[in-house]
Design a protein around this ligand. Structure first.
Ligand code: ADE
Length: 335
């Protein structure tokens, strides 16, 4: 095996190891973890699959990780698919009919299932049965096919995008919110141990402050810092390595990237701080509405830079101060 192939395999393994497999390894979302622990223990005692679970929240919060963890803790097999990949009720029927007792089926972006596929899912979730119509017209015959009891884990960025019949069929509903800074620090330190690169508490905090309360971003930033350290400093992380990495990535102390700043600057300069309609925001960012509402807005609102009012989005005083500092700062990261 070439060195390159070995390295690729090693990186893939590390990335896999980054995902916590057990509830004990999982950092943050304390209440979700507690509820899951109880549901898992009860399911084990009763020798039944755990109830269907809906997880929602911004991207990168750990929705897939939770599905994998539930499967691992239950000693079950995990099957993964996405709403848009299931193009017909037949696709869905094939998937659920092939599940074995206790299997966990993870459907990401479940709000994007077609209405027909969604309706096939209702009896499958509720009674572990498929309702199938054979033939057409007068000779059509409805039959019921029993399924092995399974657990569905559905994930979506916003629970509001689900129809209520679907939402009501989940026994456990969890919202994954932004992680607190100390939790992100812990996640970074855990990942740095897996990568075998020393990162001290202060360095982890410097990275965490820029991670937007999101584990996926924290791990991505850490990886860039480690790359920089390997390429420019014999693998040692140092303060200047952090500074240079974030300068290169154009990420500021609040974790804002160029797109965020472009939006805030446009809002300040062109629109007098707001109110600004969602369509204009989409035009400034060149992104569709779902992406703006699910990816950009939540963090800007959470960090107190943007406010959602009945008339539109407004820039906050904190955002104005931040922009002023940035324009006057030594780095002057944006125009
Ligand atoms: N890596 C990504 N998310 C994590 C979490 N919540 N806990 C531990 N490691 C993680």
């Amino acid at each position: 095996m070439t060195q390159m192939v070995k390295q690729i395999i090693a990186t893939a393994l590390e990335d896999q190891q980054l995902r916590p497999q057990t509830l004990d390894e999982y950092i943050g979302q304390v209440e979700v973890k507690e509820a899951l622990r109880i549901a898992i223990e009860a399911a084990k005692i009763r020798s039944l699959p755990i109830d269907h679970i809906l997880v929602y929240g911004p991207p990168g919060m750990g929705k897939t990780t939770i599905a994998a963890m539930v499967a691992h803790e239950m000693g079950s097999k995990l099957w993964r698919t996405t709403g848009p990949a299931i193009t017909s009720p037949r696709d869905l029927a094939t998937i659920v009919a092939s599940l074995q007792k206790g299997d966990v089926l993870f459907i990401d972006e479940i709000h994007r299932l077609s209405r027909a596929a969604e309706e096939t899912l209702y009896p499958a979730m509720e009674d572990f049965r498929l309702h199938i119509t054979l033939g057409k017209g007068l000779t059509a015959k409805a039959i019921e096919v029993p399924l092995a009891p399974f657990t569905l884990v559905g994930a979506t960025t916003r629970a509001g995008m689900l129809t209520s019949p679907l939402r009501d069929r989940f026994g456990l509903v969890f919202r994954l919110g932004f992680y607190a800074l100390p939790e992100i620090v812990q996640i970074i330190r855990r990942a740095s141990r897996i990568y075998g690169t020393a990162v001290d508490g202060n360095q982890a905090e410097t990275i965490a402050q820029r991670a937007r309360g999101t584990p996926r971003i924290a791990n991505r930033l850490l990886k860039r810092v480690i790359d920089y350290a390997v390429a420019r400093n014999d693998g040692q992380v140092a303060e200047w390595v952090l500074e240079e990495t974030f300068h290169l990535m154009k990420i500021d102390e609040l974790g804002l990237d160029e797109m965020d700043r472009q939006l805030l600057v446009a809002l300040a300069r062109k629109y007098g701080g707001g109110p600004l309609g969602i369509e204009t925001m989409c035009a400034i960012l060149g992104e569709d509405r779902d992406t703006v509402e699910d990816v950009y807005e939540p963090y800007l609102i959470q960090s107190g830079l943007l406010e959602r009012t009945a008339r539109g989005r407004m820039l906050t005083e904190k955002a104005k101060r931040h922009l002023r500092l940035e324009t006057q700062g030594t780095h002057a990261l944006f125009p």
